[in-house]
Structures are given as C-alpha cells and as structure tokens.
Design a protein around this ligand. Structure first.
Ligand SMILES: [Zn+2]
Ligand SMILES: [Zn+2]
Length: 170
C-alpha cells in the first residue's frame, strides 16, 4: 500500500523518525524529482527533500536497489551475447537463445539480492525500497508517495497548517 498526495509549502517539516520503520532516524537520504522544460533550450531542474531514515533501513534499501542492477546487467549482457553469438554461429536463432539464457541467469543473483534485502528488513519496515518518493512539483505544490502510514500521519500533523490534497491510496 502507498499513499499519494500533494502539499503546498516552501518548507516542509520531516518528523525525526525513520520514514521506513518509524524508529529514531540517524541518517538522511535525498528524495529527488527532476523535470525538463523548454523546447529549444532544454533545461533539467532537480529538486529534493532530505528524508530521515535509520541506517539499517538505508542498508536494506541499498541492497534492494543493487538487485535491480543485476537485471539491468543481465539485459545488457544478453544483448551483447546475442550479437556476438549470432555473428559467430551465423545464426540469429542461436544468438537469440544465448542472449535469453544470459538474461535468465541474471534472475538468480537478482532473486538472491532481493532475498538479502528482505532479510535485512525489520518487522516495522514498510518497503524494501524507498519509503518516500518525491514525484514532481509545480511552484510550491509538491507531490509525494509515502509507503508508511504512521509516518505519513506524523508528517501530516507536523505540517498541519499547509494546504494539501486528499490522500489517495495507490
Ligand atoms: Zn528504519
Ligand atoms: Zn526499513
């Protein structure tokens, strides 16, 4: 379960608790959003908030994200293998099969890495990956997705004076 909402503010108050597990936070992590504007001259702007986390949650988040890079690596090496196996064997089919085998092989370290990330999670953790996602902004209106309901509640009460949308469950 995740909760999406918009809040209007120049400055937001982040409760001093881990956004993932709710324990006391000793670290920060940037949740950033980028946007590109302009037709002839394109400029990309990035904006971010420092979200409090505890070190053990940053640890499982990093493991979880490294799992994703296994899949990406498997995909890229799969394409390279496809190309070389196809030209070496003079058969597109053999190249294709070799590429698919390599991609399938990368699922094993991927699943292991996801398992490691999940083992590092505490019972109170809400997600192996990011607990707060910063989606976009327009002026002072910021869109977030929070994964942890009780962190969301304390965030909203710390920022109760600010204008915001309804909370949508996604
Ligand atoms: Zn935590
Ligand atoms: Zn956690």
């Amino acid at each position: 379960m995740a909760y999406r909402f918009q809040i209007s503010a120049n400055l937001l108050t982040w409760p001093r608790k881990c956004a993932c597990c709710g324990d006391s936070a000793d670290k920060h992590l940037k949740a950033s959003a980028s946007r590109t504007t302009g037709k002839r001259v394109r400029t990309t702007k990035t904006s971010w908030w420092e979200v409090p986390y505890c070190s053990s949650c940053l640890n499982h988040k990093a493991s979880f994200e490294s799992a994703g890079s296994w899949l990406l690596a498997g995909f890229l090496f799969g394409i390279v293998t496809w190309y070389f196996a196809a030209s070496a064997s003079n058969s597109g089919l053999i190249g294709f099969i070799a590429g698919v085998i390599l991609l399938l092989l990368s699922f094993w370290p991927y699943r292991q890495a996801v398992k490691v990330a999940k083992l590092k999670m505490k019972p109170g953790c809400c997600s192996p990956g990011a607990a707060v996602q910063y989606i976009e902004w327009h002026g002072t209106m910021h869109t977030f997705v929070f994964k942890n309901k009780s962190y969301l509640d304390s965030f909203l009460s710390s920022n109760s004076g600010k204008k915001r949308s309804d909370i949508k469950e996604i």
